[in-house]
Design a protein around this ligand. Structure first.
Ligand SMILES: [Zn+2]
Length: 251
C-alpha cells in the first residue's frame, strides 16, 4: 500500500512539473507575441499561430501569373529579339504599392531573407509538376557584385533559386555567372543601357560547367529585361547552352 502511495506521489509530481513548464512556455509565447507580434510580410496584418511569413488571405489573393500553367509567354516577350529563351515564367504580377512590392521590398532591404525561401518553395513546387521544366540541368542566380553582397549580407535571389533547384532536384550553381561591375542607385539608365549591350556587367567562370546544358536563370523582378539580357549575352559564350527564366515577379 505504502509503495503504491509513493508511486502515485512521484507520478503526480512529474505530471505537475510538466504541466507547470507547459504553462510557463505558453505564457512566454503569448508575451513575445504581445510585444513582438508576427505580421504578414505582404499585407502587415497580424499572423495567427498556424501562419508563417504570409497570411492565409495573401496566400490565396496574391496576384499569381500562372504563366507556366497556361504556357503564357509574357516573360519571353519582354526579351524577344534580345535573347533566345526556352521557357520563362514569373510567380507574381508586380503592382506598385501592392502586397508583392511590400514582400519583395522586405526581402531586399529589410533583411527578411527567408521570404525568398517561401517564394522559391512556392514556384519550385509548381514547376516540378510541369513537363516543360523537367529537362533543366541547373539553377543559376543573377549574381550580385561582391561589394554589394558584403554590404547587404545576402543575395535576395539565393534562397529563391536554392529552393527551386531542390524542388527540381538539380544543382544550384553560383560560381559561373559573376557580376564584375558594381551598379549603384546612382548609376544612370543610360549607362546601364550601354552596359547591357556590352560585356561589362557580367563575366563567366568555369564555363565548361554549363556547356551543353539547359539552365534556369533566376531573378527577383523582370521589368525592362536589361539585366537578364546582359546575363544571357555573357552566358551564351558557352557552347550549346539553353536558357530558361524564372522570376519572383513581372512588372
Ligand atoms: Zn497577408
Amino acid at each position: 500500500m505504502y509503495v503504491l502511495w509513493q508511486k502515485l506521489k512521484r507520478y503526480n509530481i512529474i505530471f505537475l512539473l510538466k504541466f507547470t513548464i507547459q504553462v510557463i512556455i505558453a505564457i512566454l509565447k503569448s508575451l513575445i507575441n504581445l510585444f513582438f507580434p508576427k505580421v504578414c510580410y505582404a499585407c502587415t496584418t497580424y499572423l495567427l499561430d498556424n501562419e508563417e511569413t504570409i497570411c492565409t488571405n495573401c496566400r490565396h489573393d496574391l496576384p499569381t501569373t500562372n504563366f507556366h500553367f497556361s504556357n503564357d509567354d509574357s516573360v519571353k516577350k519582354v526579351l524577344r529579339g534580345r535573347a533566345n529563351i526556352e521557357h520563362a515564367t514569373a510567380l507574381f504580377r508586380f503592382e506598385k504599392e501592392g502586397p508583392v512590392q511590400q514582400l519583395i521590398h522586405s526581402l531586399k532591404y529589410k533583411g527578411y531573407e527567408h521570404i525568398g525561401e517561401l517564394l522559391g518553395d512556392w514556384l519550385g513546387g509548381e514547376l516540378a509538376e510541369l513537363k516543360t521544366y523537367q529537362n533543366i540541368d541547373m539553377v543559376i542566380p543573377v549574381p550580385m557584385h561582391p561589394k554589394k553582397l558584403k554590404k547587404r549580407g545576402y543575395n535576395q535571389v539565393t534562397k529563391f533559386g536554392q529552393q527551386i533547384a531542390e524542388a527540381l532536384n538539380v544543382a544550384y550553381v553560383d560560381d559561373v555567372l559573376i557580376k564584375i561591375t558594381n551598379t549603384t542607385s546612382q548609376t544612370t539608365k543610360k549607362r546601364v543601357a550601354r552596359w547591357s549591350n556590352s560585356n561589362e556587367l557580367f563575366a563567366l567562370r568555369n564555363i565548361s560547367k554549363i556547356e551543353n546544358k539547359h539552365i534556369l536563370l533566376v531573378d527577383d523582378i523582370i521589368t525592362t529585361g536589361a539585366t537578364l539580357e546582359a546575363c544571357c549575352l555573357v552566358l551564351n559564350q558557352a557552347k550549346h547552352l539553353k536558357i530558361s527564366i524564372a522570376t519572383m515577379a513581372i512588372a
